[in-house]
Design a protein around this ligand. Structure first.
Ligand code: AP5
Length: 215
């Protein structure tokens, strides 16, 4: 099964599309953001440090996130991985190539989700997620059917992220352009880059990604 990266700035729709692929194709979502948010709740010194860095909108160190991905890859068998929010630096991209090679796996596509910054502010400030099942919503573009209740699992634990505010978003975007956007050239040079219009309707973005996977 294909292993892919969803690449794009905060709010591009990586998590939304990853969840669709999990439901429709039984792929495995590996989101370093989700893993780090879990680490934050562990109450350890490392967890506290990670929480502060994330709330400021900066990137967590390469060593920590590479370690998290390494653990997950060792625990999951097979493939069909969706790397969501990883890699985010050239060092992480090299580490991923080495980890996949070690387990005899390949990276099949890197899907860049193209969006513009103006749309991201509205997406990020309107986002909320279900604390129980992780379903992603938006105040305007994807509200819950019943106010305060998750459509998928019925939980009332709907949350907003601590870094989903205009100040942290500025830093997150700067980090993306400085450290992550060089990956576009890196994967283009390897012939692995594909692009989709991330500003299209969610279903249309999903169809564009499906076409790439079915090639
Ligand atoms: P992470 O959790 O990875 O966040 P991110 O990359 O900033 O991306 P987001 O989750 O904010 O957005 P998304 O693209 O998934 O959009 P979504 O689908 O939710 O990282 C958080 C932090 O963790 C980082 O800042 C860093 O500190 C740390 N971190 C994580 N990975 C790291 C790494 N590898 N190295 C170092 N540090 C790391 O959509 C957003 C909203 O828009 C939703 O409300 C959704 O409903 C809506 N929406 C989605 N698609 C559409 C559409 N087509 N049309 C209209 N609305 C849409």
């Amino acid at each position: 099964m294909a292993n892919i990266i969803l690449l794009g700035p905060p709010g591009a729709g990586k998590g939304t599309q990853a969840k669709r692929l999990v439901d429709e194709r039984a792929m495995v979502q590996l989101s370093t953001g989700d893993m780090l948010r879990e680490a934050k709740t562990s109450g350890t010194e490392m967890g506290k440090l990670v929480a502060e860095v994330m709330e400021r909108g900066q990137l967590v160190t390469d060593e920590i996130v590479i370690g998290l991905i390494e653990e997950k890859l060792a625990a999951e068998s097979g493939g069909g991985f969706i790397f969501d929010g990883f890699p985010r630096t050239l060092k992480q991209a090299d580490a991923l190539a080495a980890l996949l090679a070690r387990t005899g796996q390949t990276l099949d596509s890197v899907i860049e989700m193209q969006v513009d910054d103006a749309a991201l502010v509205a997406r990020i400030t309107g986002r909320f997620t279900c604390g129980a099942c992780g379903e992603v919503y938006h105040d305007v573009t994807r509200p819950t059917k019943v106010d305060g209740t998750c459509d998928v699992c019925g939980s009332h634990d709907l949350k907003r992220r601590a870094d989903d505010n205009a100040d942290a978003l500025k830093t997150r975007l700067m980090e993306y352009y400085k450290k992550t956007s060089p990956l576009i050239g890196y994967y283009y040079a390897k012939g692995q880059l594909e692009s989709v219009d991330g500003l299209a309707e969610m279903d249309a973005v999903g169809e564009a990604i499906a076409k790439i996977l079915d090639k």
